[in-house]
Design a protein around this ligand. Structure first.
Ligand code: GUN
Length: 286
């Protein structure tokens, strides 16, 4: 079997074209959507992600500004900026790029983002809303994966989904979204023994491990849909996934590549969430 390649780049481009239309409609009604991105330190990967996010938002018609802090910036300075952005009337969306340097309490900073501007969906109230089934903002990577599964007609209800990874950014919200669509969900992580026993039962396998080529062909059920969330750098500096793509291609039914799979969808979903936030502003100011 040779897996069908799920072209996340093409799906994201189509979605972004639609979002551009939606944004111009908002502008026509007097709302210019605004995004603020807070980044602390100079991690090259984070800087690239932020640049891609801002570029995508600008292309869609969202005014975007990066708020940069040096790696040794005190937590209080970052908190103060987040609180200012919460109050800024022209800013609909506030995103704090992760990871933050170790001296900054990530949970405390994320909790400071106003829930109605929390387009990452990382605040306790948005995470709770997702848990209880009435999400406001869904974290962008899992939201993008759900979009891909739907567009690719991957059946979810009644099927077994296995998520490798339990982060607040991907693993946990991903599991909740699949559960909401009536999958039977298993969450595996670094302390799961005999991982392959679980992954081999997956009709849908989500790999969010952070280790290059971690998922090999022997870990995949024939015909499964394999979604690769990995963003690892190979020895050549190139972006690589968590899945051994060439080997798994022969076993899976469908597979997302890296690059060009989940990554572009994460960015498109940020644009979508930002427009959603701006749309709420319009409703409130009527
Ligand atoms: N770091 C890695 N992924 C993400 C993301 O989706 N949002 C933010 N804010 N930081 C990240």
């Amino acid at each position: 079997m040779t897996a069908r390649i799920i072209d996340g780049k093409a799906h994201a481009a189509a979605l972004r074209a639609q979002l551009k239309v939606d944004a111009s409609e908002l502008v026509g009604r007097g709302v210019r959507p605004g995004l603020a991105v807070v980044i602390v330190g100079d991690d090259p990967a984070s800087r690239t992600y932020v640049r891609n996010k801002v570029r995508a938002c600008e292309e869609a018609g969202v005014v975007s500004k990066i708020h940069e802090f040096p790696v040794d910036a005190p937590e209080a300075a970052v908190m103060t900026r987040v609180r200012e952005l919460n109050l800024a009337p022209d800013i609909d969306a506030v995103l704090v790029q992760l990871p933050l340097p170790p001296h900054i309490d990530e949970a405390r900073v994320l909790a400071a983002v106003a829930s109605e501007k929390d387009v990452d969906g990382f605040s306790v109230s948005n995470a709770g809303a997702l848990l209880t089934g009435a999400p406001q903002f869904v974290p962008c990577t899992p939201a993008g994966i759900m979009y891909l599964l739907e567009k690719e007609n991957i059946r979810i209800a009644g099927r077994h989904a296995v998520v490798i990874g339990r982060s607040n950014i991907v693993g946990k919200p991903m599991a909740l979204l699949l559960l909401q669509k009536d999958a039977t969900v298993t969450i595996c992580h670094s302390r799961t023994p005999d991982l392959a026993i679980h992954t081999c039962m997956a009709d849908i396998l989500i790999a969010a491990v952070g280790r290059m080529n971690f998922v090999g062909a022997a870990m995949v059920k024939p015909g499964a849909c394999v979604v690769d969330v990995g963003t690892n750098r190979g020895p050549d500096g190139k972006l690589r996934g968590d899945v051994d793509f060439n080997a798994v291609m022969d076993v899976a039914g469908s597979i997302t590549p890296v690059p060009g799979g989940v990554g572009p969808m994460t960015v498109a979903m940020l644009v979508a969430n930002t427009l959603h936030a701006a749309g709420q502003r319009k409703q409130e100011s009527k």
